[in-house]
Design a protein around this ligand. Structure first.
Ligand code: HEC
Ligand SMILES: [Cu+2]
Length: 348
């Protein structure tokens, strides 16, 4: 097929077609009413134009009669039904797009002017590229080193802001083997238009081969464990500070009342801004690691802390099995090779 001119990008991920249906539906409703109103405006303007032989006598107000009441009801109820359908259809797509399955493979994304850095949970890094296995749910955990970027893959019908200071995330299931565009969808300065890349969706076997053929750094979890020793975290956190075991996903009571669920953003904040939230019953003695640890190192630490709660989704820790998945915890339909041995508990 000639790909040089395409009105729509490929539908290459699980939710691509439902996003397309939704936008087609909205467009159809909008076009229908725009045309209807435009045609009626022109028709009435001509049909009831002022003529010299017809005297202009205002008709009595029609809205007070029985007909008026029926009319009012009609143009209230029909639009109500239409917008309710729009809301339900939109909400369905939105909610699904916000809820990654528990067994999603996590991939780290860092945006900086003007490139994308990605890292697989096995440790392999890429720049302006991302190789993915088809049929496997993927969750991206993203942060920016400088300004606001936006990680957009049109063929997957997804995009999400990548901001400094906080993790954002998006998920998808790539379904069609092929190469797709990656764009920065947020204007971010001089070379914004060069902040592009390629997404390679591969057969799971090929993906595994690809990973094997590319030297990996330490997986984030392992790098994090090393940092935990190097930066002295372990000296406090094995004695007078709270343990990291099972922390991820737990509700932490805070000094001064209230509580917080220990998610990725909370862990990051605890490392960079320890005084923002103090765990109840502990002295606020933890130093800030701002300026000492890069975002990448903090991501590694977060991943290490997550792994201590059994929340790891490293595909290499999972057995490769052919054929359709049989595990009941598989939240997304479709065949895929990476089936978790067990669902991580207490996540999300
Ligand atoms: C000087 C001792 C000390 C050092 C060093 C230290 N911490 Fe802490 N940390 C604490 C204390 C005490 C708390 C609990 C009080 C608070 O919230 O600040 C804490 C809280 C935390 C929390 C929140 C824990 C919870 O249960 O909610 C995280 C996460 C954390 N530290 C990670 C780290 C990491 C990662 C490092 C190393 C880069 C580190 N800490 C280094 C003393 C320390
Ligand atoms: Cu950008």
């Amino acid at each position: 097929m000639d790909k040089s001119f395409q009105l729509f990008p490929d539908q290459a991920a699980l939710h691509s077609s439902s996003v397309d249906w939704l936008s087609l539906f909205l467009t159809a409703v909008t076009v229908f009413f725009s045309v209807l109103i435009a045609v009626l405006v022109i028709y009435f303007a001509i049909r009831y134009r002022r003529r010299p032989d017809v005297p202009f006598v205002p008709k009595p107000d029609a809205s007070h009669g029985h007909l008026g009441f029926t009319l009012e009801l009609t143009w209230t109820i029909i639009p109500l039904i239409i917008v309710t359908v729009m809301f339900l259809a939109g909400a369905k797509v939105f909610v699904r797009s916000q809820q990654p399955p528990r067994n999603a493979t996590e991939i780290y994304v860092e945006g900086k002017r003007w490139m994308w850095k990605t890292q697989h949970s096995t440790g392999t890094r890429e720049i302006n590229a991302l190789h993915l296995p088809a049929g496997v749910p993927v969750r991206l955990i993203m942060i920016s080193q400088d300004v606001i970027h936006d990680f957009g893959i049109p063929a997957f019908r997804i995009k999400m802001d990548v901001v400094p200071g906080r993790y954002t995330s998006e998920w998808f299931v790539p379904e069609k083997v092929g190469e797709y565009h990656l764009f920065c969808d947020q204007y971010c300065g001089t070379n914004h238009s060069k902040m592009v890349g390629t997404i390679y969706v591969m057969k799971p076997g090929d993906y595994r081969q690809w990973l094997d053929g590319h030297s990996a750094d330490d997986p984030p979890r392992v790098a994090g464990e090393k940092l935990f020793g190097q930066y002295g975290c372990i000296t406090c956190h094995s004695t007078r500070a709270p343990t990291m075991a099972g922390l991820y996903g737990r509700t932490v009571p805070l000094e001064g009342g209230g509580s917080v669920v220990a998610d990725d953003n909370y862990l990051r904040e605890s490392i960079y801004y320890p005084s923002a939230k103090i765990v109840r019953g502990y002295p606020p003695i933890m130093p800030s690691f701002r300026g000492q640890l890069t975002e990448e190192q903090v991501m590694d630490l977060v991943e290490y802390i997550k792994s201590l709660a059994g929340a790891t989704t490293d595909p290499f820790q999972l057995p490769l099995v052919g054929g359709p998945a049989t595990q009941p915890n598989r939240a997304v339909p479709g065949p895929g090779p990476f089936v978790p041995v067990q669902a991580p508990q207490g996540v999300h």
